[in-house]
Design a protein around this ligand. Sequence first.
Ligand SMILES: Cc1cc2nc3c(=O)[nH]c(=O)nc-3n(C[C@H](O)[C@H](O)[C@H](O)COP(=O)(O)OP(=O)(O)OC[C@H]3O[C@@H](n4cnc5c(N)ncnc54)[C@H](O)[C@@H]3O)c2cc1C
Length: 356
Amino acid sequence: MIEQALRPATLRDLKTGLHGELICPHDDGYDAARKVWNGMIDKYPALIVRCADQTDVINSIRFAQSQRLPVAMRSGGHSLAGISVCDGSLVIDLSPMKGVIIDPNRRRARVQAGLTLGEFVQATQTFGLATTTGTVAGTGLAGLTLGGGLGWFMGKYGLTIDNLLSVDLVTADGQTLRASETSHPDLFWAVRGGGGNFGVATSFEFQLHPVGPLLAGKLVYPMTKAREVLRFYREYTSTAPDELTAYASLSTTPTGLPVIALNPATTRRRARLKTSATKPSRRLSSLARGARRRFHRSCSSMSTAPPAACLRPRPPLRSVASPTSSASWPRGMPAQRTAPISISPGPAHAGRRWSH
Ligand SMILES: Cc1cc2nc3c(=O)[nH]c(=O)nc-3n(C[C@H](O)[C@H](O)[C@H](O)COP(=O)(O)OP(=O)(O)OC[C@H]3O[C@@H](n4cnc5c(N)ncnc54)[C@H](O)[C@@H]3O)c2cc1C
């Protein structure tokens, strides 16, 4: 085992220099820490570093290089292929890095890479703001963003990467840089959809938008109706307004029944969608007409609670400060004319500044 091949003094040096946690195979938390969302993945990394800040990321990269260890990066652990962990590697786990700073006046958020989508939405919705993210709250914001980011607001605001303003990265040689349209533009182009091989992203800056209630629902049909449902979906979405985003998905129910589902969501308070597809058409089968009626009925009767109200409160996030000077604002962010609210990790990390 690689951990045994490393000298105890070498491991001790790594551990001493970390602000976060070093987890080795003999440690109690090892099995929980190596698990990822995809339950079919069962990998045994040599070491896991649960990073507290960017310095931990730099130290981990330098250590891995000095010991010739392969590196795996993990933020939300929701890689479908399970690539955020591999055998004999050093896993750089950014999930403890959950700092969020929101500037409601400029509608911008700078967030650390460990946030899940649910945590991000909860923080931005405090100000009635949001940007495009994915559909499942537990997914990592970092991996989703680096892959492009498909979500409910993309009809109106584009993909997550269309709202990405800058990224802080640690490169393979342990250097730190900020990539944006004006700084390292080639790298910025690459990280917007190119995935995780261009460095370790430690924080992201996003453009936010005023987003009110989101109405969403799911219409499920047996797979035998797939042809009709997909025809309806094509016609309906071709003329739908930008505020409406809809997915069609082929899946199985928990009891194993193959189904087709339409998943529409709209930010219009009432989904009065004046599109040609919503007018009675002989080309629509009775099933499609039924789907249309049910969607309208479900939208108009649905709760208009903001997305934040639909999310369970997540204890690790709490509002801790309203910085009044630029001193507590991360490097590179312009000073604020009015105080932004800073939401940072809760009691477990209380007192520790989000530092670079
Ligand atoms: C249930 C579920 C629902 C999903 N829904 C959507 C959706 O609605 N929209 C959508 O667009 N996608 C969706 N996805 C896909 C998802 O965006 C990707 O799998 C994404 O990689 C998950 O991000 P993560 O941080 O959780 O990944 P992780 O498993 O933590 O990481 C996966 C890989 O991403 C890269 N990476 C992660 N963090 C960093 C970092 N900080 N720096 C550099 N590289 C990094 C690395 O290569 C890493 O190995 C969904 C996935 C699941 C499992």
